[in-house]
Design a binder for this molecule. Structure first.
Ligand code: GLU
Length: 412
């Protein structure tokens, strides 16, 4: 099994090599300072179950880097969570916030738990325990958590409430909250909307007038991307979730599919669409992995028929698969660019919480599209100029700022 953090660092090291960072700044240990996070917090979360028994979970918060501002990043609840995965996700947050020009560093947290196996009351107790243990390490100017896979507005509300018990009533301690307690309008749809904006920019550059899209994942990212594509008249021909995948070459009726998924809990059994086995290998122009990491591997990459991949998930493509896809001429819009819409609107939420003044949806969406489009164009121009992949271009642009801050701030 490959190690997620080692894989992530290997790619960053290649980008640093392209920039000539270690040669330009000898003796500054730039890569070593990215390899070891600022702070690793790993702890036990003992949960009292509804039946009175106790289950113990491994909990993490990796504060990767605060070079550019307070730590920022989501909290993941998934059985696959481990130290290496959270370290990789933390590193990617450092790169992502730098790339899209947010005044934040990078972090990620998680618990190795399957929340679908817990009752609501159990999840609440676990979130509160997690928050309580981290109460000295988070805060509006220290580290601002947010949702990630397996967590959402409900969990953010409990974090906010628990923090208030031990510290103060600080809306800006966490983002991705429900609107009625200070969440931003448009945050829920932001990752999907940003992903579609980046995809559309790429389609314009490629000169494709028509594009059929397949989406892996129909959760917070995939479903909103699908709805946005549908609203824009771009055909979504296949969608997959944990249970399976459905396909219709004429384009799926996404609002109806979303309704079906909301009532049945899966996209399977949707009227008028054919179930398919291999979503990644299905016939489409663009593939949007919007679920787990490491799904496009050396094994699955040769089957991919799409000519363009936009990474809604974090780390969906292994470095080996990256090389295979590059050889096959398949173009990748990398995660730290393509899925940055979520953290961009998290930033807007944090700003609104601090100002105490709340924006209209038009303002949020306009600012989101402007920021992510600008980042896309910088990545594209860098990639063209240096003749490198978009992934290396995105990493390089992110690294340039991080390294500048590292050198300016001195030894940390
Ligand atoms: N978990 C999301 C990400 O990976 C959002 C993070 C945030 O909003 O802070 O980008």
């Amino acid at each position: 099994m490959s190690d997620p953090f080692e894989n992530a660092m290997q790619v960053v090291a290649e980008s640093a090599e392209l920039l000539g960072i270690e040669r330009t700044y000898p003796g500054k240990a730039i890569l070593d300072r990215l390899r070891i996070p600022d702070k690793i917090i790993r702890f036990r979360g003992s949960l009292q179950r509804d039946d009175g028994s106790i289950t113990v979970y491994e909990c993490y918060r990796i504060q990767h880097s605060d070079l550019l501002g307070p730590y920022k990043g989501g909290i993941r609840f998934h059985p696959s969570v481990d130290m290496s995965e959270i370290m990789a996700l933390g590193l990617w947050m450092t790169l992502k916030t730098s790339l899209v020009d947010l005044p934040f560093g990078g972090a990620k947290g998680g618990i190795a738990v399957d929340p679908s196996q817990l009752s609501t009351a159990e999840v609440e107790r676990l979130v509160r325990k997690y928050t309580y243990r981290l109460v000295n390490d988070i805060g509006p100017n220290i580290d601002i958590p947010a949702p990630d896979m397996g967590t959402g507005e409900r969990e953010m509300t409990w974090i906010y409430d628990e923090y208030r018990k031990h510290r103060d009533l600080a809306r800006a301690v966490v983002t991705g909250k429900p609107i009625f307690i200070g969440g931003s309008v448009g945050r829920r749809e932001a990752t999907g909307r940003g992903l579609v904006a980046v995809l559309q920019e790429a389609l314009t550059d490629l000169g494709w007038r028509d594009c059929s899209v397949a989406i892996q994942g129909f959760g917070k990212v995939g479903a909103h991307a699908a709805l946005d594509l549908h609203a824009k008249g771009i055909r979504v021909v296949a969608v997959g979730d944990v249970h399976g995948a459905v396909h219709d070459p004429r384009g799926l009726d996404i609002p109806a599919l979303a309704k079906h998924a909301a009532t049945t809990g899966t996209i399977l059994g949707f009227d008028g669409a054919k179930p398919i086995d291999d979503l990644l290998g299905c016939e489409c122009d663009a593939l949007l992995p919007c679920a787990l990491g490491n799904v496009i591997t050396a094994e699955s990459a040769p089957r991919i028929r799409a000519r363009l991949i936009a990474e809604g998930a974090n780390g969906p493509t292994t470095p080996e698969a990256d090389r295979i896809l590059a050889k096959r001429g398949i173009h990748i819009l990398p995660d730290i660019l393509a899925n940055a819409g979520g953290v961009i609107v998290s930033y807007f939420e944090w700003v609104q919480n601090r100002e105490g003044f709340y924006w209209e949806i038009e303002e949020v969406n306009e600012k989101l599209i402007k920021k992510i489009t600008k980042a896309y164009r910088r990545v594209r121009d860098f990639a063209r100029e240096k003749g490198v992949s978009f992934r290396h271009a995105a990493n390089s642009l992110a690294l340039e700022k991080i390294v500048a801050a590292m050198l300016a701030r001195g030894v940390q």
